[in-house]
Each structure stands twice: as structure tokens, then as C-alpha cells.
Design a binder for this molecule. Structure first.
Ligand SMILES: [Zn+2]
Length: 145
């Protein structure tokens, strides 16, 4: 196997994808130490020829294999994200009530918090509400006059 490019203006035999057979290709120019612009002598299609590196394709395959082999365990931690994701999926387009500690919120109400973003009321107490935001449930004051 050769690891040197054929010289410019010389022809060598390699597969032409357009002709779908091996054709003589003329080297037009070297684009790097390992690749060259070549032209099929039959159909005149131009392409970049790169010297195949021994072992590189094998290494790539091995990397892909190890990546696909990894299965993420389903952690309990995800349940919050799952619930919030489901709420956003169903009610993401709903207009939330802008959050203010002066407003009295109802259970299951969607709110829009200036800092935490969209949230859903999970529990209501006279002066506090538990609101589910994307990262956690926060207890906020409300109904303050
Ligand atoms: Zn060709």
C-alpha cells in the first residue's frame, strides 16, 4: 500500500464514483500532504482523493461502538424533570399569571416568574405556594396585602 500521493499531472487507477468503476484519474493539484484534487479521465468529474490511513477507520468504528454501548440508567432524579416536561408539553402555550407576592394563586395555576420562568402551583397555603419550576419546587410567598 502506498502512503505517498501520486505526483501532479500523473494518472493513477482508482474508483470513480460517477463511472462506478476504477478509472485512470489525473492528479490536478495536491491539497495537502495526504490529499489531492483528481479528475476522472473518462467522465472528467473532479474529486478529492485522500490516502487511506491504515487503522483509522477501525479506530473510528471502535469509538462508535463504545458510545452506542452506553445505556444511561434511569435515575429517580429524572421524575421531577419528567413531570415538569409533561406539564410544559400540555400547558407550555398557556399564558401564565405573572408572579407577584400580592397575587393570590390557586392550585394547579400556571405562573410566569420573572427569575425562575414558567412554573405550576403544586400546593397552596394561606401565605405561601409551592411552585414547580424546571429545576425544582420552590416555596414562594403570595397573597401579601
Ligand atoms: Zn469517471
Amino acid at each position: 500500500m502506498t502512503d505517498v500521493l501520486p505526483p501532479v499531472a500523473k494518472s493513477f487507477h482508482t474508483l470513480c464514483k460517477k463511472c462506478e468503476v476504477e478509472r485512470y484519474h489525473k492528479v490536478l493539484t495536491h491539497t495537502s500532504a495526504t490529499s489531492a484534487k483528481i479528475e476522472c479521465e473518462v467522465c472528467h468529474s473532479k474529486k478529492t482523493y485522500t490516502i487511506p490511513k491504515a487503522g483509522s477507520s477501525m479506530a473510528k468504528k471502535a469509538t462508535t461502538k463504545s458510545k452506542t454501548g452506553v445505556v444511561k440508567p434511569r435515575a429517580k432524579k429524572n421524575s421531577h424533570a419528567d413531570e415538569y416536561g409533561a406539564l410544559m408539553l400540555n400547558r407550555g402555550a398557556e399564558k401564565g399569571t405573572p408572579f407577584s407576592i400580592k397575587t393570590k394563586f390557586k392550585n394547579d395555576e400556571k405562573i410566569e416568574h420573572g427569575k425562575f420562568g414558567p412554573g405550576f402551583v403544586k400546593a397552596v397555603q394561606p401565605d405561601r405556594v409551592d411552585v414547580m419550576f424546571s429545576d425544582e419546587v420552590k416555596t414562594l410567598m403570595h397573597n401579601k396585602v
